[in-house]
Design a protein around this ligand. Sequence first.
Ligand code: EPU
Length: 337
Amino acid sequence: MALQENISLRPYNTFGVDARARYFFSVTTPQRLMPAVEEAPGGSPLFVLGGGSNVLFTRDFEGLVLKNDIIGQVVIEDGPDMVRVRAGGGEDWHAFVKWCLQHRFYGLENLSLIPGTVGAAPVQNIGAYGVEVGERIEAVEAIDLESGESCCFPAGACDFAYRSSMFKHRCRNRFFITAVTFRLDRTARLVTSYADVRQALADRPAAAVTPQELSETICAIRRRKLPDPKEVANAGSFFKNPIVTRARYRELADRFPGLPAYPVDDQQVKIAAGWMIDHCGWKGRRVGACGVYPRQALVLVNYGGATGGDILALAEAVQASVAKVFDIRLEPEPLIL
Ligand code: EPU
């Protein structure tokens, strides 16, 4: 089996941080997982790594990193209105979205160009432009790292919520996601209500917009606002948009006219953390080798050579400013290790 030892994680995290893993193993089939876990010295902490696009390593990892490299996708039910597609946890997310579009399987267009893997998508319930992946997931297959047993969780058992699931919180680090089954449409029902999307398609009659065109529009918006990790190292939004009561929002909006908010339910709204960080003057600010992205204040970037500690210190400074001005504690989105 042979675990690799003392491996640099730099190629495996989109922040480009040079932390090391004591042990490292690329899991290419579910059968290879537990033998690798058993080969590591007893008590070694385990960490499951997908595309490394939602993690900040602030120190070396003194355990076994299990890289999910299980690939492949297959149609498991092909109906007149919907299809069920099962994809390996290590598949590249955007390549999978493109594969679905090529096969005319619809529902994931708004999640185009999100970095990361299929197996990581349910963990933080990736979402963008009015769609969350949990709405399209039918089941998540995983191996329980404690018992070695294979399990299958229907979507209803996964506790999907805004950037959250049981895999991120209640059962953090316990399951290795081997495959995800999606329920997709044969006839597209496009979601174009998000402000940026509406604006980009303003001169097109709604009925004329194709799923391919919507996907391309989303890619163009993302390219305009978000740095490509291949060019500038980053992990997407570094903070979650805080959820507050409507009463609290009214109070804030009185003091800070223009603060954007999106409805969550009857009582709560999500407020734009990027706007608050921008308001505090952080947008485009550079501190040493890292900084706040000039085109989207919610994204922290590593211009080259920043350590995880440098990035964390910047994040804490941003949090402190927002807490002082808005009396709101921003919660980081990526996993901090
Ligand atoms: N805004 C500013 N200044 C900034 C950034 C944003 O004023 O520097 C304002 C915008 O003008 C807009 C509002 O804040 O009115 C919201 O901005 P945007 O539409 O860009 O979305 P976001 O709330 O910053 C969220 C997600 C993104 C996702 C977009 C689109 C979170 C934490 N982030 O960002 O997800 O792509 O909406 O749906 O929910 C990610 O999770 O990594 C990610 C990129």
